[in-house]
Design a protein around this ligand. Structure first.
Ligand code: ZN
Ligand code: ZN
Length: 371
């Protein structure tokens, strides 16, 4: 009976997906800024990884679907509540303006207060990482900050257009603040279709840089893909960010498989005070586009990140691993490799210049049988 329900659900996902996405696709996504990009990572109207990845076998999709339907999951969602330190606008305004602070809000969403100015990275405040409000990965916990408590955001960094990183409701809630958006090539069209004025959108190709009044921003490569529907795969770019404000340097990985370019990023822009690096949603079915925990630790070493803050875990179930596995494994691997790991709870403020230590909060949330 359960199997039947799951099968029906899968059929619904495919049928509704094709119908609804077919209507919702934004065809302007194929327009890549106003620039003609003659770069080796743009071929035949789509962006490609460098080096390019082998194409997925057509059977992989069905193998994944079959496993979803037939195989029971272990701890896909936490049985106990994930601890969230609820933040308010007043808490954030109270942080000294001459300091550098970072807060994990959930999944890959970060809030930064750098020299008195607020930045958001991949803001995702919605309930589901999905084109639909009724189906798709549902968050385990509320964001550490509600949209109504957001301080005035000056800048937004986006890494790519997947639903768990680019959320329409979150972008529209930022309208009043009129932030400047720094986005990968092609993502601007989506923002404009949601009402963000063109003058607030800055599109970047890989290795493009922009000077800021008190620092520098660079968009660096990642090994991943993009798309929000069935016809826009790889029509917009994906990547990682380097943010330097005064002498503080941060690396934000976005989503990425492990690749040699991390070393190049470290060489050109490192060492970093802190690396916010993807750790979660990996699976043997898609080794090229997400990292295993040991690869996450290697990426921290390659980029010369002094502290590693693992992101992209504990908010959505996007793969097959138990929800706590990325943190358990990255914690072991970081210890073996002597990489300084920071595992704040969502909403806990990290003082970038003097980070404290954070306990392994997930141990309390895991059921005793997994500990
Ligand atoms: Zn992604
Ligand atoms: Zn993601």
């Amino acid at each position: 009976m359960k199997l039947l329900r799951k099968t029906v659900l899968c059929i619904l996902i495919v049928v509704f997906g094709i119908t609804a996405i077919g209507v919702a696709i934004n065809h302007t996504l194929v327009t890549v800024a106003n620039r003609s990009y003659d770069v080796d990572y743009f071929q035949n109207d789509v962006f490609v990884n460098q080096p390019n990845l082998d194409k997925d076998s057509p059977f992989t999709f069905f193998k994944i679907l079959y496993r979803r339907v037939t195989q029971p999951r272990e701890a896909a969602r936490p049985a106990n509540p994930i601890p969230v330190v609820a933040l308010t606008k007043a808490n954030l305004l109270d942080l000294p303006d001459d300091g550098m602070f970072a807060v994990k809000l959930g999944h890959s969403s970060l809030l930064l207060k750098m020299n008195g100015e607020f930045w958001l990275v991949d803001p995702m405040f919605s309930n589901r990482a999905s084109p639909f409000s009724f189906i798709g990965p549902k968050r385990f916990h509320a964001p550490a900050l509600s949209l109504s408590q957001l301080p005035e955001i000056s800048y937004v960094l986006l890494t790519h257009n997947h639903y768990d990183h680019l959320d329409r409701q979150s972008i529209q809630a930022l309208k009043a603040a009129d932030p400047q958006y720094f986005v990968p090539l092609g993502v601007g069209a989506e923002l404009q279709s949601w009402g963000v004025p063109a003058k607030q959108i800055n599109q970047f190709g890989w290795w493009d840089e922009q000077t800021l009044s008190n620092g520098k921003l660079a968009f660096t490569p990642a090994q991943h893909f993009s798309g929000r529907g069935l016809t826009d795969r790889n029509k917009s770019l994906w990547g990682s960010w380097v943010l330097q404000i005064n002498d503080t340097r941060l690396f934000v990985s976005g989503d990425s498989g492990y690749f040699d370019t991390f070393k190049e990023i470290g060489k050109r822009y490192g060492p970093f005070d802190m690396g916010f690096i993807e750790n979660g949603a990996y699976a043997a079915y898609w080794p090229g586009v997400h990292m295993t925990p040991s690869e996450t630790v290697q990426a921290a070493l390659d980029t010369k990140s002094r502290y590693l803050v693992p992101i992209h875990n504990s908010t959505f179930d996007l793969a097959f691993h138990p929800w706590f596995e990325p943190l358990e494994k990255v914690s072991d691997k970081a210890q073996q490799a002597r990489v300084a790991l920071l595992t704040p709870r969502f909403g806990e403020v990290i003082n970038i210049q003097q980070p404290g230590t954070f306990p392994k909060w997930w141990k309390q949330v895991m059921l005793p049988r997994y500990r």
